[in-house]
Ligand binder design. Structure first.
Ligand code: MN
Length: 725
């Protein structure tokens, strides 16, 4: 059959593909009992009938080898034997197989179709896939009942519309007809027998009309071909059920098609037809001057024949006929040698026209779900583990995915899996991947770093919302720090009540109601910009100075409540300052010192003393920035106090392993160490990093944990995490 097309095929390559496929499928059988290789051969024959190229035929022969033959063959082997193109086609086809389909909402189905297109970078993948599906539909009888229904549904909703949009009407019509016969066998047979009855009654109608037209056209001297047909069962079924028409209301039940050589001849033929028959107003369509979105071109007119029976006449050139039946695939032909990829791309331009023309078309139904290949570059389609399709902007990460599912999922996210493998949470998702979010109720919530990673506004908003609500205590501290900084910057010397007065005026001007904490909170989560706040504080201060004669007290006279507490509640003795036991102490969150660590105190301007690990990068930096060491004080651990627990974060570096997370949690559970957070930072290929935050009582406990973690197989390093690292 290849010889028949008169094209230059690489027959040796096709033979080799056949031999390889036959060998790999040896011993495999289809449900029908036939040898499996009969299926790829049939698919290759359909592909050849579309006059696709050698590589497409090879890919059709090999299309099930990677999927069905398991470890026997890989895409790499195909690449070596048949080249990059065939390998890419087979790989594309194999990936499409794993797209799951269930009976879904229309929007989900539309997303599935888009995903198909987005995943098939090479349009030949879709062509071959449609041929594969066509053969599966032709042999669907051999499958069990539930499988038949599911396959037919999928064909009707995904494959037939794709064939339609690619302009492959012959394949589309057969797919629809076969699907319908499985989905509604009763309705299908009813319409079929109606057609037979009707056609039987007017058996000679079409033949007579054809004969009279044939005679007239011969007289005109135009070279033409004429064929008559009865509308397909599916299109009549659809008109009757979807458009609720009766059998008599279907005007294009009979149709004649005239095919000529040139475009002007189309219009000449139209003139001849309209001369012979009365035409139905409003039913003439010129798709030659205004092609349909799928590149379909033809003249359509409906005329009244003998006994007042209407029939449709379609007039087109041979080229238009090819495109009508095979659509884009018709463009793939190489008339003289190989058609270049660029030329095909140029022909694909009509797809982008779909988008432009969408609003100005006469038949909106045709375009409702129009194919928009060229806008897909902005969208990525991925699956949830329950195979719902989620659409994300291209470049979105697994964090975006988590928040797209639900804010609770995002807020409790501790890691993610893609196609079953653990990935870093900043991993960008790709078309067709199955993404699973790992959550833990122990998670402390999102990290502020995520705001820099996420791509979608939705995720960013939800993360901010979390910080607004859940991290109130932290926000208040951060906000208070910012406000303290402003007062220090201006070097205002105010009493506590003056300061409170200014802040409450500022808060009410900014529509923040409640206590000072609410203002701090708003500053902390970023709801109020520090710059705006600064100018408002300055305003209020100026007002205060002008309106009040009250002396502004210098700092030294500010009354301060001195707590009478001698013991260090905190477990830290401040040796450098007299009465150190009464000073507020807080452990720096950057390095989280634990008892046993070498520590140092830093005199903050707002909250007393913060305790850092001597090796903390912030200490080194502050020593430079603060211009010396005068704000650092020596401190030591007070061993007489037993504090509850300290937070420790360690980084575990391992070679890639799906079991790592499970192994770590098992070790920690075994040691009865409470885990308060797990985070997976970005890591190099082949490597995995996991940051685990646990509660410990001292350095000895921390060392014991590190030793156990280091003993896990695959782990190469365990180290303490401090800020700045
Ligand atoms: Mn197949």
């Amino acid at each position: 059959m290849l010889e028949k097309t008169g094209k230059k095929y690489n027959i040796d390559k096709i033979k080799k593909a056949y031999l390889v496929a036959a060998d790999l499928h040896k011993g495999q059988y289809r449900n029908s009992g036939e040898e499996y290789i009969s299926h790829p051969i049939a698919v290759a024959e359909i592909v050849a009938s579309l006059e696709l190229d050698t590589d497409s035929i090879c890919a059709a022969l090999l299309h099930d080898t990677v999927e069905d033959c398991g470890s026997k063959v890989s895409v790499g082997v195909i690449k070596k034997e048949f080249g990059d193109d065939v390998a890419a086609l087979v790989d594309g086809l194999t990936k499409l197989v794993s797209i799951p389909f269930e009976d879904k909402q229309e929007q989900q189905v539309e997303n599935l179709r888009k995903m198909f297109l987005a995943m098939s970078k090479d349009i030949r993948v879709i062509f071959i896939k449609l041929c594969d599906r066509l053969h599966n539909m032709r042999t669907l009888d051999a499958k069990p009942e539930y499988k038949r229904r599911q396959t037919a549904l999928e064909t009707m909703h995904v494959y037939a519309p794709l064939a339609h949009r690619l302009g492959m009407q012959r394949i589309r019509a057969e797919l629809e007809m076969l699907s319908l016969s499985y989905l509604d066998p009763i309705g299908f047979n009813e319409v079929k027998s109606d057609i037979e009855k009707r056609y039987g009654k007017n058996r000679d109608f079409l033949e007579k009309a054809k004969a009279s037209i044939d005679m007239k056209l011969r007289e005109s001297g135009i070279h033409f071909s004429l064929e008559g047909r009865v509308k397909s069962v599916y299109s009549i079924y659809r008109k009757m059920y979807a458009q609720n028409k009766s059998f008599d209301e279907i005007y294009d039940f009979y149709a004649l098609r005239v095919i000529v050589d040139t475009e002007p001849e189309c219009y000449s033929v139209l003139g001849v037809i309209h001369d012979m028959f009365k035409f139905m107003p409003g039913r003439f369509k010129d798709y030659i001057s205004t092609p349909k979105a799928n590149n379909y071109r033809s003249l359509h007119t409906t005329v009244i024949g003998r006994d007042g029976i209407p029939f449709e006449v379609q007039i087109r050139t041979w080229e238009m006929q090819q495109i009508a039946e095979y659509g884009l695939a018709a463009h793939w032909k190489y008339k003289s040698g190989e058609v270049s990829r660029e030329e095909v791309d140029r022909k694909l331009e009509w797809i982008s026209k779909l988008v432009e023309n969408e609003n100005e078309t006469r038949d909106p139904d045709e375009f409702i779900n129009a194919l928009k290949v060229d806008i897909f570059q902005d969208e990525t389609f991925v699956f949830t583990p329950k195979s719902d399709v989620i659409t994300l902007p291209t470049g979105a990460t697994v964090i975006d995915f988590a928040y797209a599912i639900h804010s609770e999922i995002g807020n409790h996210m501790v890691g993610a899996k893609i196609n079953g493998n653990i990935v870093p949470i900043d991993r960008v998702v790709q078309n067709g991947e199955i993404v699973e979010v790992l959550t833990s109720q122990a998670s402390k919530g999102p990290s502020r770093d995520w705001l820099k990673i996420v791509k979608t506004g939705e995720a960013r908003t939800k993360i901010r919302q979390w910080f607004k609500k859940e991290a109130r205590a932290d926000n208040i501290l951060i906000g208070k720090g910012e406000i303290d900084k402003i007062f220090r910057r201006f070097q205002y010397q105010l009493t506590d009540s003056q300061r409170q007065g200014i802040l409450s005026s500022v808060a009410s001007r900014m529509n923040i109601s409640g206590t000072a904490d609410d203002l701090y909170n708003a500053v902390g989560y970023g709801g109020v910009s520090v710059t705006r706040l600064q100018s408002k504080i300055k305003d209020e201060y100026d007002k205060l100075i002008k309106s009040s004669d009250a002396a502004v007290l210098p700092v030294s006279q500010t009354p301060v409540a001195v707590p009478k507490q001698e013991r260090s509640r905190s477990g830290v003795i401040i040796t450098g300052i007299e009465g150190g036991g009464s000073i507020e102490v807080k452990f720096a969150r950057c390095c989280n010192p634990i008892p046993g660590d070498p520590i140092i105190g830093f005199i903050t301007k707002g909250y007393g003393i913060s305790i850092h690990n001597i090796n903390c990068p912030n200490v080194k930096q502050n020593r430079i920035q603060a211009g010396g060491t005068e704000r650092f004080v020596p401190v030591s651990w007070d061993n007489s106090v037993k504090p509850d627990s300290f937070s420790l974060t360690v980084q575990v570096v391992s070679k890639e392993s799906t079991a790592l997370l499970a192994n770590i949690t098992a070790v920690l559970a075994d040691m009865k160490v409470p885990v308060s957070g797990i985070y997976m930072p970005k890591s190099d290929q082949g490597q995995m990093k996991l940051n685990v935050t646990v509660a410990v009582k001292d350095l000895a406990a921390a060392k014991a944990i590190a030793a156990k973690l280091k003993a896990i197989s695959g782990v190469s390093d365990v180290s303490r995490v401090m800020a700045g690292e």
